[in-house]
Design a binder for this molecule. Structure first.
Ligand SMILES: Cc1cc2nc3c(=O)[nH]c(=O)nc-3n(C[C@H](O)[C@H](O)[C@H](O)COP(=O)(O)OP(=O)(O)OC[C@H]3O[C@@H](n4cnc5c(N)ncnc54)[C@H](O)[C@@H]3O)c2cc1C
Length: 405
C-alpha cells in the first residue's frame, strides 16, 4: 500500500517504521522546515520499551537516554511522600524504562527512518483534506502540492490537527486548568545525586525533575491557573524561578542551570475521547487521536503502541482496509480512553488547592504500597501487549495506580 503520513513526530515516524517493515511504501510529510529541537524530555515506560525493541530502536534510545531507578515523591517542604521502584516495574514488565530528551528521541527515530529509505518531506504543512470522486482522501499542503495515498495517516498532533478536523469535525482540545514550564538543565558537574525521577507536590503546583544523567536533567514545573495569554519567552525563566524559589533543592539549582531562553510555558490541553478515528481511508494516530494530559505519563508511549498495533491490524490478507482500521480503533480505544481519564483524575488531585484535600492526597501517597503500585501500573500499561497475560496472572484485580509523573 502507498501510505502518506501527516506529521513527523513520535507517532508519525514510528508508524512509518512499523509499516515499512511490513513492506508498505510510506512517506512522511512534516510542516516544520527541519527536525524539531523543541521540548524537554519524555519518560518511555516499559510498554514503550517493548515497542522500541520490536522496531529495533531500543539500543539507540538506551544509548541516547538514561535508565531511571526510582520515582521519589516529596511535598513542597521536602518531606517524603513515598515513591516507586522503577527497576521493579521494569522487571515485572520485562522491558526497560528510559528517560530521553525529546530532540534525541526525534533524532533516533529520524535516523532509523532515513536508513530504512523512508522519505520525510519537511516544509509540508497539510492545510486541507477532501474526498475525490471515488471517495479517496486527497491531502493538500501549503506549498501547493497534494497527495492521494491508499491510506492517509493523521499524526499531526494534539492542538490543531487537520486530519482530526476531517475525521471528527470540530474537535477542539480542552484546557485543563494548569500550565507547564519545561526546561533542560545541563550542569558542569552533577545536578542531582542519582539518575531517577523526583516529584515535588505543592498546593496547586508541582515540580518534577527527570535525570537522564546526573548532570543532564529535564524538568516540568506546573501550576493551576486560568488560561494565560501568550508571554515573551524571555519572561518564563524569571516567572518559574520566582514561583518555585522556596522549594527544596535541586529545584532552584535546576532552574539556574537551564539556559534562560530555552524555558517554554505550555497551557496544557487534552482531548475528549473521539467517537471515531477513521473516515474513508484516513486514520488518526497518536495525539491527533487521543492526546492525554502529561500527568498520564503515557502520551508518547501510546503513540508508539499505536505504531505496533496498526502494523498488526494491517498485516495479513484478512478483510478490507475499512475493517482493519475499525479493528485498530476497537483495540486502541478503551486503553487510551482510560489513560486519558486517569491523567485527568491525577491532575485534579495534584492541582487541588484546598489544604484538606492536599493533606489527604499526601497521606494516601505516603501510605501507598510500592510493590502493589508497581504491579498495578504494570497491569494497566501492559494491556493489549504480549506481556499482559503473564502480568495479569501475577497481579489479579490490579487497579491503575494514581501516582506517576
Ligand atoms: C510537558 C509534557 C511532558 C510530557 N511527558 C511525557 C512523558 O514523560 N512520557 C510520555 O509518554 N509522553 C509525554 N508527553 C506526551 C507526548 O509528548 C505526546 O503524547 C507525544 O509527543 C505525541 O506524539 P505525536 O507524534 O502524536 O504528536 P507530536 O509530538 O505533537 O507530533 C506531531 C507532529 O506533526 C507535525 N504537524 C502538526 N500539524 C501538521 C500539519 N498540518 N501538517 C504537517 N505536519 C504537522 C508537528 O510539527 C509535529 O512534528 C508529554 C507532553 C507534555 C506536553
Amino acid at each position: 500500500m502507498d501510505i502518506g503520513i501527516l506529521g513527523g513526530g513520535i507517532a508519525g515516524l514510528s508508524v512509518a517504521l512499523a509499516l515499512h517493515k511490513q513492506g508498505h511504501r510510506c512517506r512522511v510529510y512534516e510542516r516544520r522546515a527541519a527536525p524539531s529541537v523543541m521540548g524537554a524530555g519524555v519518560t518511555l515506560w516499559p510498554n514503550a520499551g517493548f515497542v522500541l525493541q520490536e522496531l529495533g530502536l531500543l539500543e539507540d534510545v538506551g544509548a541516547a537516554g538514561g535508565r531511571p531507578m526510582s520515582v521519589r515523591r516529596m511535598d513542597a517542604a521536602g518531606e517524603s511522600l513515598g515513591g516507586l521502584d522503577i527497576t521493579l516495574l521494569d522487571q515485572i514488565m520485562g522491558y526497560p524504562t528510559h528517560t530521553i530528551l525529546r530532540r534525541d528521541l526525534q533524532m533516533v527515530l529520524l535516523d532509523h527512518v532515513t536508513r530504512a529509505g523512508i522519505p520525510v518531506q519537511f516544509g509540508h504543512r497539510a492545510v486541507a483534506i477532501e474526498l475525490d470522486a471515488s471517495g479517496n482522501a486527497v491531502a493538500r499542503f501549503d506549498n501547493g502540492q497534494s497527495i492521494r495515498p491508499d491510506l492517509l495517516v493523521g499524526a499531526d498532533g494534539r492542538m490543531d490537527s487537520v486530519a482530526r478536523r476531517f475525521v471528527a469535525g470540530d474537535n477542539t482540545p480542552v484546557y485543563q486548568g494548569f500550565v507547564n514550564w519545561i526546561g533542560v538543565a545541563q550542569g558542569k558537574g552533577a545536578l542531582v545525586s542519582a539518575v531517577g525521577i523526583q516529584d515535588y507536590w505543592g498546593s496547586g503546583d508541582r515540580f518534577g525533575c527527570v535525570a537522564i544523567r546526573k548532570d543532564l536533567v529535564y524538568w516540568a514545573a506546573a501550576q493551576a491557573r486560568p488560561l494565560p495569554a501568550a508571554a515573551p519567552a524571555a519572561e518564563m525563566h524569571n516567572e518559574v524561578r520566582d514561583l518555585f524559589s522556596g522549594w527544596p533543592e535541586p529545584v532552584a539549582r535546576l532552574i539556574d542551570a537551564t539556559p534562560v531562553h530555552s524555558v517554554q510555558r505550555i497551557a496544557v490541553h487534552d482531548l475528549e475521547p473521539l467517537p471515531t478515528w477513521r473516515r474513508a481511508n484516513v486514520l488518526l494516530v497518536g495525539d491527533a487521536a487521543h492526546a492525554p494530559l502529561p500527568t498520564s505519563g503515557q502520551g508518547a508511549c501510546q503513540a508508539l503502541e499505536d505504531a505496533w498495533h496498526l502494523a498488526r491490524c494491517l498485516a495479513g490478507a484478512d478483510g478490507e482496509l475499512d475493517e482493519r482500521l475499525l479493528r485498530f480503533a476497537a483495540v486502541r480505544g478503551p486503553k487510551t480512553t482510560k489513560l486519558a481519564e486517569q491523567g485527568r483524575m491525577f491532575a485534579r488531585g495534584l492541582f487541588a488547592t484546598d489544604p484538606e484535600t492536599c493533606r489527604i492526597r499526601n497521606e494516601r501517597a505516603k501510605a501507598s504500597d510500592p510493590v502493589r503500585d508497581a504491579l498495578a501500573m504494570a497491569a494497566g500499561w501492559s494491556q493489549g501487549l504480549p506481556m499482559a497475560e503473564r502480568i495479569e496472572r501475577a497481579a489479579p484485580n490490579s487497579v491503575g495506580s494514581m501516582y506517576r509523573l
